[in-house]
Design a protein around this ligand. Structure first.
Ligand code: HEC
Length: 233
């Protein structure tokens, strides 16, 4: 009895290690498997790639084969490196790997909802058409301010006073908040887009339109509005 228990445990741990190795591995892919997307972090635009709903980096090897590395794997990799550097008391390396970890985390946060959206064919433009909305998505945009991928619904834009032609994504806004606001204060409230512009324009913030474009403001508004739902109001 005891023997077979140990045996199973051993088999299970072998299975787990193989699974972990497979999960962490770079994936060899064909050009056509990847979709190129652009993500906005703060005021920078980055190119990222989707392999189905996973966001990551494309790498072309010397023999011209293509590999795909999920951002989340890179986050894990640099978290481990940071930990090792910390144990070795290497402050400079620790900082370097910490920065890498954070920037891949930001990329993952910004790109994953886009890849998931592509995968679900959840074009936010289509959500505006009530006939389309009932077909593909299980959410009715009339009942909610957010789509599952973090995009604000047409109804949400009306309530948050975000212009209908501007996209607004709460996950992208979260990254902007972490990078631009969190240093000074963690004030959480739920302003409309025009009120937020008013609040952050005076000194010491001075986030006027020329330094903090409306697109960033729309995403930030979406983030600050998280948690609101017409069903609760
Ligand atoms: C350089 C530090 C700093 C940064 C960065 C910063 N703030 Fe502020 N913020 C302040 C200070 C200081 C005040 C208080 C100013 C006052 O009320 O006189 C303030 C006040 C506010 C207020 C309250 C204004 C009101 O009308 O009550 C809001 C809302 C706000 N900040 C939002 C943000 C957001 C959103 C960001 C990121 C886009 C941000 N802040 C970035 C320093 C900062």
């Amino acid at each position: 009895m005891k023997h077979s228990c140990l045996h199973r445990l051993l088999l299970f741990s072998i299975f787990c290690s193989i699974a972990l190795v497979l999960m962490g591995a770079k994936t060899a892919v064909e050009e056509g498997d990847l979709t190129e997307i652009e993500v906005q972090i703060g005021s920078d635009t980055w190119i990222a790639w989707c392999l189905e709903e996973v966001a990551g980096k494309k790498k072309i090897k010397k023999n011209n084969s293509i590999v795909f590395i999920p951002y989340d794997d890179l986050v894990t990799r640099f978290r481990k490196k940071k930990k090792k550097a910390k144990q070795a008391n290497d402050a400079i390396l620790k900082k370097k790997f910490g920065k890498k970890q954070k920037s891949f985390k930001n990329l993952s946060n910004a790109a994953t909802p886009v890849c998931e959206g592509l995968q679900n064919n959840e074009d936010p433009e289509q959500g505006q058409d009530p006939e389309d909305g009932s077909g593909g998505s299980d959410e009715n945009p009339q009942d909610t301010y957010f789509f599952a991928n973090g995009d604000v619904t047409p109804l949400g834009k009306e309530v948050f006073e975000i212009p209908s032609q501007t996209t607004a994504n709460a996950f992208v806004g979260e990254v902007i908040f972490q990078n631009t606001c969190l240093d000074c204060h963690e004030k959480r409230y739920r302003p409309t887009m025009p009120l937020l512009r008013q609040a952050i324009s005076p000194s010491p913030m001075s986030f006027t339109e020329d330094v903090f474009p409306d697109q960033d403001l729309a995403d930030l508004t979406a983030y600050l509005q998280i948690g609101r739902s017409p069903l609760l109001e």
